[in-house]
Every structure is written in structure tokens, then in C-alpha cells.
Design a protein around this ligand. Sequence first.
Ligand code: C2E
Ligand code: CA
Ligand code: CA
Length: 546
Amino acid sequence: MNKQALPKVLLSLFDTAGEGFWFMSDDNVVQFYNHSFYQQFPLSMEDSTLDDWLRLVHPEDREKLLQEVDCHRQALLLARVTTRYRVKNVSGRYLWIEATGVRVEYQSGLAIVGVHKNVSEEVLLNQYLTHMATHDSETGLFNRHKFLEKFPSLSEKTWILVCCLAQLQQLQRQVGYEAIGYLSSALVSTLDDVLQMKYGLYRISADVFVVTMEQAINSEESLSLLYKIESVFHQVGENDSILSSRLGLGAIPVCALSVTAPLQQIFDLSEYSRAISSPITYMGESQRSIDRYFVIHDALESAVNKHQITIALQPIVEAATGKLISFEALARWEHPELGSIPPSEFIPIAERLGHIHALGMLIFEQACQYLVMFDAKHHARPLVNVNVSAHQLLRASFVDDVCKVVAHFGIDSTRIVLEVTESYLLDENPTITKALDVLHTHGFKLSLDDFGSGMSAITSLFRLPLYQVKLDKVLINEAMRREACLKLIAHLYEFGNTYNITLVAEGVETSEMFKRLTEVGISYLQGYYLYRPCSPQVWLEKSVFE
Ligand code: C2E
Ligand code: CA
Ligand code: CA
């Protein structure tokens, strides 16, 4: 309906509106009524056609708009349709327009009349909010919400890779927040280099990234990708100390992920990959180990708090007399579902989770309690050996804590042998060396555990005020096979004599071992051949001490 057909007053009214009013006949002639709105578009307000308008519509939206117009023309009288698309304005920028049209009768036929509204601000705001909601602001990568949105559409046949920046927090402390920028771009260029296929990358927590792939791969392929990622990431970071950060890497098949809570398993895998140093796939045996690791992980704190971790005691025997000179207290945990969990499994977890001090003190108290009960029954006055983790020695309160416990039980500190495992910490950390010196001055005896197990730093023997060195079972077994190793043990024995350090052979399992070790002078032995670790009650009942 052309303008002349409308009363002037109506047109003036239209011109005060912020929206555009239009009319389109079924032969595609379009009338735009108000200058106030349509002046922002490069088109003639008179004699325009749908094609003129479509030329301004964004190429991606054109097809859809045309279809909607066609559809609308098939609709019933008064049918109302609203749609949104982009239209180019006089300065060449696309505006988001919301068009609402109504099917009306016109000159014994039909036409569409409607309004155009500029909704750019609303759309851009929405787009921005959607972007914010689905992207991580620090790295610009997709975030956890986006991953959860994408997750249901991932094919069951594909795998996801989990990359964990193991030292991010430490690096952020050292170099500030830009560390994450460096590391995430190093990760992106590593993935670009290694994957050579379309992939999605999501930052699902501060230091955990998930890679999705569209291509189906098997477990060997995914493991080999992880190894490549590990090596390329290190090459990328070779010349930059910030980038020499360690990556924890794991892969998990989409079919193994819980449909309702995939993140839990991904976080478990990332934490596990952070704890161990080599890439891991969540499948078969390793899947069972990871699941078990987290059952232990989750139950440990409460087991320590509820004193569910107890001790077994294994005697250290003087070869010449058969006397039990000491008992080594070994941590024991009977889990209601998993049964007995070996300390080699839960001690490293306790160290990682920061529960080792509480656990160590629990063992220490039980060991002291045992001596009190032992003394009440027997004349002999054996020692007790307690394992101490390096993490405990780093605690400022450690010396005070152990002194309080021995005072509480009325035990002479000279009856306590603290076993410290050799590690680089022993040699290099002054806090630990200092703590050991102070313990020594308080009368505690110090023992170097697991000597010969691989990381032996013979210098420890000179630096620390040692009472005892325990030769690891690996070294003892080796001595049974190789004469040179047995000779080394004989030398160590001489050395111990000179410096007044007693040597204990661990892992003595046979009479042959007993014989050969005592022949070269080892006078203290510990192992299944002599006694197995048993509960305090068992030892208290025994009469081998009189
Ligand atoms: P470890 O301190 O070297 O303790 C000796 C380990 O060897 C014990 O294993 C003991 O049961 C085992 N053993 C004893 N005789 C023999 C033998 O003849 N043959 C063999 N093959 N093994 C023998 P367990 O109790 O499983 O403890 C393993 C490790 O866990 C300990 O090694 C120690 O490093 C750690 N651990 C145990 N309790 C504690 C604790 O209270 N605190 C800390 N920090 N570590 C602990
Ligand atoms: Ca030990
Ligand atoms: Ca040992």
C-alpha cells in the first residue's frame, strides 16, 4: 500500500517511532513508511522490492529469510511470524534486525505488513554473555560449561585427552599470572603439531585441559599421541624455563565416561596423571588402579582421624645371640571394602595429600604405647624403629611433637630409632638436616633406611649423626647373586664399625641369606626368615624375650 493511500497524520506518527513500518505485496513490492528508521539503510524508500532488501541482508541469513517469507505466504490470514537477521547499514556495518510480519487482506488478495526493530544491542549482549559463559577469560579457550554442552554429542568411539599443567600454581607464584598465557599457547601449538586433525580444546579447571577429537582412535594410538604431546611440549619449552613445566597426561575413551558426571572421572584421571610421571590411559588394569587410587585417596583422611591405621611390628634380631633388639613399627590399614591396603600404596598418597604427619604421629604413638605395654610384661628393654617421611621432617613442629609424645608415655628417647629414607632431600635440604641434628641432640637414634635401593648417596653416611644404616632388600638380594656386591657389604660393615654405625640387613628370607650375611660380619638382621611383622598383641603374648 503506497504512502499516498495513508493519511498524512498516520505517516507523521510512524516517523516518531524508533521502529520501521513496512508493507509487502505478494508481487514483492515493498513500501518502507518511516524515514526516521529506514534512513540508516542504503535503499530507496519508494518503489523498493524484496530483492533490494535481500541485497542488504547478510549472505548467511538470506536463504533463511527467503524461506520464511515463502512459508509465511502459505500461512493463514493474520498469521504472525517473527525472525531475526543481519542487515547492512549505510556505514557498511551489519545490524541485527527483528522483523515481525502479519498476513493481511489487501485489495481482494493478501499481503504482509510489519515492523522492523533494531535488536543489535540485545543480540550482541547475548552473544557476549554466551561467549563469557562458554569461554575461559584468561586463555580465550572453551571452558567447562562448553565441554559439558559438547559432551553428549561426542561419539562413543572417540577418546578424550586430559592434559594437566602439573606445576601451574608454583609457576604463577614465581612469574605471575602470565604463566597461564604462556603455557596454554604452548599447549595449543603442541596439539596443533601433534594431532594433525580437528580437535576441541577446553580448559575445565585452572590447570586441567581436555582435548576432544572427532576421529576414532584406539588405546595404543591414544597412548602414542600422549607420548608425542609430552615430548613436543618439552621441545617447545626447551629454551624457556617457564615452559619447562611438567604435563600430566591421560586419555580416556568417551564410552568409559559417566553420562551424568564425566568431570569427576576426568579430574580423577588428571590428578592421577599429575601424581605419576608417565602418560596413562584409563582402560583395563590402569583403570582399576586409578579407581582404587581414588577409593584410597577419599578414605584415607577419615581412616587417619578415626585411628583406623594400626601397626604391625617386625623384630630386628641380633645374629650372635638371637636377641630381639628392636621392633620396626609398620603401618597397617584394613579397609572395610578393599581389605588390607599395603603401606606402599597409601603412604605416598598420604604424603601427597598432606596427611602423612598425622599418620606418622599416629604410628609413633602406637609404637610408644607398645613399649609401655611391653615394659610392663617383660624385663628386656628393646628399641622401637619408626619410619619418618621427609615431609614430616620439613614441619617446623616435628621435633616438639615427637618430644611431647615420648614425654607423655614416659619413654626414654634413646629407645626410639627414627628411620629416614634416603632421598635427595636428605642431602640438599638444610631444614631436614637441621631437624635430624636436633633430634639427635634430644637422644633419638637415627637410621638411614633403604640403603642401596637406587638413590644411595653415600655422602649421607658422613653428614648425618647416624646410629644405624639399613641395607635394602634389593642390595641384599644382589649380594646373594654377585660376590662383588657381598664384598661391598663387607666393606660397609668395616666402615660402620669405624664410625660406630650398626648395619641391619633387610629382607632376609632364607637360612642361606642369614648364613652368608653373618659371615661377612652383618650382626643385625630383619626379614621373613626370622620373624614376620605381627600385631602388638601377638608380640606381647610371646615369651621369646626372657
Ligand atoms: P620399609 O621401611 O623398608 O619396611 C620394610 C618392608 O619390608 C615392610 O613392608 C616389611 O613388611 C617388608 N619385609 C620385611 N621382611 C621382609 C622379607 O623378608 N622379604 C620381603 N620381601 N619383605 C620384607 P611394608 O610393611 O609393606 O612397608 C612398606 C614400606 O612402607 C616400608 O618399607 C616403609 O617405607 C613404608 N612404611 C610403612 N609404614 C610406614 C610408616 O608408618 N610411615 C612411613 N613414612 N612409611 C611407612
Ligand atoms: Ca623402614
Ligand atoms: Ca627399608
